[in-house]
Design a protein around this ligand. Structure first.
Ligand code: ATP
Ligand code: MG
Length: 357
């Protein structure tokens, strides 16, 4: 029974359902190898939930997630809801899930898989050996601080508030150091301490926490400098830890290192083993329904689920190795195929990974 897992599956909008199908398929295939039994509960989220239930994140979906050991999410959003008022935007569901489920740590590994150098806009020699992890704080900072727009004598005035409590910084920084222990033992803490008060707090907490991890090397970097170094010498980074907005921007920047946004997985973690796993990319409305989306980001997110929620490093490694082998054999979806080459469908790519497993 120890290997019985309840996974809440939220396919969402656009290509979400197509890629999540492949993720579930791979989960089952690996699960078979390790004697897992799964209970999947499918829930509505995003645009689909707005259409059916007039809210992006129905209470029922949240309840399903709370009961589960882990959540697999596809993507939400699309042009159909872009003009909706803020409380009826699909993206609102993502903020709600993070806050309600206490998911304060967002892990985004960026690895350049062999053979994909040519899909990136950077030079192969710059990309060689890229294997970094952005650890983004997910439930604080500008996203959740007070916001308002007021009328003044000089016109409108808009305010966003950047707040961090010491304990919020502490827990994310611990996560980063723990991750670094299992990697190349290097942490880059990114802030704007020359300008921001919250960054000065951030830096002092990093200094204090670092003392508990003497084997891990730590450096501080200003965010503007980090943005530059990431495209100049990306292979030098191991773990990057930073606040919410900086992390949002830097992890998208890291995405271009891997050849395609269709390659990037993510995990959002809180206390304990519960986690939410989703590809970094969005719902890709431009290719939805065509069966051509790259399912690898979702499949690698499933690998992260085995690693972080089920503590099964072997199963996680098996998925990652399968992806590596499949790509090495030349199998490509449209987004990473060379011009003129025959590209696999979403389903065919998923099948290849299952075969390799
Ligand atoms: P969001 O606001 O949710 O980030 P977006 O439109 O900015 O949405 P994506 O939905 O990620 O970003 O799409 C950006 C581009 O990348 C689109 O051209 C899309 O087709 C492409 N893309 C995204 N995901 C994939 C994928 N899994 N496979 C192939 N192409 C993808
Ligand atoms: Mg976007």
């Amino acid at each position: 029974m120890a290997n019985h897992k309840h996974v809440a599956v939220l396919p969402g909008d656009g290509i979400g359902p197509e890629i999540v199908d492949e993720g579930v398929k791979v989960m089952k295939a690996v699960g078979d190898r390790f004697d897992y039994t799964f209970h999947f509960s499918f829930g509505l989220v995003g645009g689909g939930a707005i259409e059916r239930l007039k809210q992006p994140l129905p209470e029922e979906t949240l309840t399903q997630c709370r009961k589960a050991d882990a959540v697999l999410l596809g993507a939400v959003g699309g042009p159909r809801w872009d003009r909706n008022p803020p409380h009826l935007r699909p993206e609102k569901a993502l903020l709600g899930l993070r806050k309600e489920l206490g998911l304060y740590a967002n892990l985004r590994p960026a690895i350049l898989y062999p053979g994909l150098e040519s899909s990136s806009s950077l030079k192969p020699e710059v990309l060689e050996g890229v294997d970094l992890m952005v650890v983004r704080e997910l439930t604080g900072g500008l996203y959740f601080g007070d916001k308002r727009t007021e009328k003044t004598a000089d016109g409108l005035k808009a305010t966003d508030t950047l707040v961090y409590h010491e304990h919020e910084v502490e827990r994310i920084v611990h996560r980063a150091f723990q991750l670094a222990q299992g990697r190349r033992k290097h942490v880059t803490s990114v802030d704007k301490a020359n300008i921001l008060e919250s960054s000065r707090l951030w830096r002092s907490v990093v200094e204090r926490v670092a003392k508990q991890y003497p084997e891990v090397e730590v450096e501080h970097m200003l965010v503007d400098n980090c943005a530059m170094q990431m495209v100049r010498r990306p292979a030098d980074f191991d773990v990057i830890v930073t606040e919410n907005l900086f992390g949002d921007i830097l992890s998208d920047e890291a995405a271009i290192l891997t050849g395609s946004i269709g390659m990037l997985p993510s995990a959002s973690l809180g206390e304990g083993t519960f986690g939410l796993y989703e590809p970094v990319h969005g719902s890709a409305p431009d290719i939805a329904g065509q069966g051509v989306a790259n399912p690898v980001a979702t499949i690698l997110s499933v690998a992260m689920m085995f690693r972080h929620s089920f503590h099964n490093e072997e199963a996680a490694g098996m998925i990652e190795k399968a992806v590596r082998e499949v790509l090495a054999s030349g199998a490509r979806t449209m987004d990473v195929a060379s011009p003129g080459a025959l590209a696999l469908s979403t389903e065919e790519m998923g099948d290849k990974v299952v075969e390799a497993i």
